[in-house]
Design a protein around this ligand. Structure first.
Ligand code: SF4
Length: 349
């Protein structure tokens, strides 16, 4: 694996080494939820990552305590990044998880460094920081505490219901700084969910998270992603999804059509050929050689979702009793790779 190479040649890597070459511990756990999963514990050298091309993003810095994701979404954009560690980008991405065990202490140190000016920090824009591993490693409480103690603004995008564990801490942080929480729910179709996002909590459980944050006064946006062509884009499906998002009390809904960047594309198309072979040709025509659906298609979905959002009253104007107070925060979106994690590509939560 790439880190073995670094261990042998600690100064040879042209890229900024992600972690101390001497510190990789590999573990497995017997618990049913971790069966078949291998964890590679590392001590990272840096945890605050600058986003390349940040001018197009609403934030410039990210924190990613994990690489790989047991949520195992077949369309996940981050798959390719595993290849840079010489790990498999298919099943390996779902089952070989890199854990930066020193993330909280490192972040506390970096936030206190001379020169850090308190910029917004986005989390969950690469892989999900509330994936199952977080239940065991508990890195996020220390990370949130470090941000809270410096009153440093931050946002989290997740599919993980585990974030509810940290609600009290997030409430404390929201008292001293801007905190943006967003949950990703691209559709509410349970059959589609089981096959395309097999390791995630159900859309319904994710909407419970939205509800809890709305009730807490922090507020929660929904990244309606991905909208999956020919499988999750029928008008009745969009309608059911936006209606459920509205009824959960979301502060905003931001639609995003499926991207098929290299790495994700191969894995997704192989899945499509197995499960919906009749759609392969339609996908090839819609995406061509590119990673994105055509603009006309993206615009159509965006317009439909915005019309439904207006109809169902998603947003701060919606009357949900005590939920009006939350200040709307921008919804984090998938971001380009941080420079210090070269090889990490866009991911879609
Ligand atoms: S899309 Fe997000 S939640 Fe799904 S596997 Fe990728 S990082 Fe995890």
């Amino acid at each position: 694996m790439r880190w073995n190479h670094l261990a042998e040649n600690p100064t040879a890597a042209a890229d900024p080494a992600l972690f101390s070459a001497s510190a990789v511990t590999t573990r497995t756990f017997d618990a049913p939820e971790f069966r078949g999963i291998t964890f590679h514990e590392i001590r990272a050298r840096s945890i605050l990552n600058r986003v390349p091309g940040a001018s197009q993003m609403p934030f410039e810095w990210t924190v990613n305590p994990y690489r790989g994701c047991t949520h195992a979404c077949v369309y996940c954009f981050a798959r390719k990044t595993h290849g840079y560690l010489d790990l498999d980008t298919g099943l390996g991405f779902d089952t070989q998880i890199v854990v930066k065990i020193n993330a909280p202490e490192l972040l506390r140190r970096q936030l206190a460094a001379h020169g850090w000016q308190g910029a917004h920090v986005a989390m969950g824009t690469n892989v999900d920081c509330y994936q199952r591993a977080e239940g065991r490693y508990r890195l996020m409480p220390g990370i949130i505490e470090a941000l809270r103690d410096r009153a440093n603004p931050f946002s989290i995008l997740t599919k993980g219901t585990l974030i509810l564990r940290d609600l009290p801490l997030l409430r404390q942080a929201a008292e001293v700084t801007d905190v943006g929480i967003s949950v990703s729910v691209g559709f509410t179709d349970c059959e589609l969910w089981r096959t395309v996002e097999p390791g995630t909590p159900s859309p319904e459980r994710r909407l419970d998270v939205v509800r809890a944050f709305a009730d807490s006064g922090i507020g929660c946006g929904v990244l309606m992603a991905p909208v999956i062509p020919f499988l999750g884009d029928r008008p009745d499906q969009l309608r059911a999804t936006v209606r459920a998002i509205a009824s959960a009390g979301a502060s905003s809904v931001t639609p995003l059509v499926l991207h098929l960047r290299p790495g994700a594309r191969e894995w997704f198309m192989a899945w499509l050929a197995r499960t919906h072979p009749h759609l392969v040709g339609r996908y090839e025509r819609l995406y061509g050689d590119g990673a994105y659906a055509p603009r006309w298609y993206q615009r159509r979905i965006t317009r439909q979702v915005h019309e439904l959002a207006a109809e169902f009253g998603v947003g701060p104007a919606a009357d949900r009793g005590g939920r009006r107070g939350a200040r709307p925060q921008p919804t984090p979106v998938p971001t380009p790779a941080p420079e210090s994690e070269r090889g990490t590509q866009l991911t879609l939560l």
